[in-house]
Design a protein around this ligand. Structure first.
Ligand code: GRF
Length: 202
């Protein structure tokens, strides 16, 4: 088990995934993770830090500064509605021997149904199953390597709202499982490298 593992979570919406991750983290390490939202209307404001969006460059610089100062090992996106730039990802990775340690959860069996209306795309399809994916984050939306996926049946005896609620439960569980696998070193971690500088990689 990792003696310590510092995580940060970014969320823009309701925050069910972010709160599930927060609970799983606290159960393990007895401290709160860093929780950030860019949305003043998100319930996450009550649980974490609000960093309102100004412009992309300034916003990412503020976020990176927080991640650096807190020596964050893993960044978990949980309904964060902004695409991180290649520079952001490279800079964060440069603190971990250039290993990508940024994850996202997406409500589909990627590469199917990328983007923000994934539930609706799956619901409106003729597919018998959809699923949930946890994947590495790149600067291309919902396109990084897939770490884990879990399929589930699209029940047709419920409505769209219930379908989303069911999917969210599966997402919450899967993301917590991934986090526990990180703590238990089943998913390897490169710790934040002491002595690295806060400089933009070329
Ligand atoms: C979920 O659909 C998740 O799969 C996607 O964004 C949404 C976040 O929901 N990445 P919540 O804010 O965690 O409830």
């Amino acid at each position: 088990m990792l003696k310590s593992c510092k995580i940060a979570i970014f969320a823009s919406g309701l925050g069910t995934n972010a709160l599930a991750l927060k609970r799983a983290y606290k159960d393990f390490y007895s401290i709160d993770p860093i929780l950030i939202t860019d949305n003043p209307k998100s319930p996450i404001c009550e649980e974490g830090i609000l960093i309102p969006f100004t412009n992309k460059e300034e916003h990412e610089a503020t976020l990176l500064r927080i991640l650096f100062e807190n020596k964050i090992d893993w960044l978990l996106l949980a309904g964060y509605m902004r695409i991180l730039s290649a520079n952001f990802i490279a800079m964060f990775s440069s603190w971990h021997n250039n290993k990508n340690q940024i994850l996202n959860i997406h409500p589909s069996l990627l590469p199917k149904y990328k983007g923000k209306d994934a539930y609706l795309q799956a619901w409106n399809s003729k597919d018998s199953h959809t699923g949930v994916s946890v994947h590495l984050v790149t600067e291309v939306l919902d396109s990084g390597d897939i770490l884990v996926q879990i399929p589930f049946l699209i029940r047709r005896d419920i409505d769209l709202e219930q379908f989303i609620t069911e999917s969210k439960k599966i997402e919450n569980d899967l993301y917590m499982q991934v986090l526990r696998r990180i703590f238990q070193e089943e998913i390897p971690t490169i710790k934040f490298q002491e002595g690295v500088s806060f400089a933009t990689p070329i």
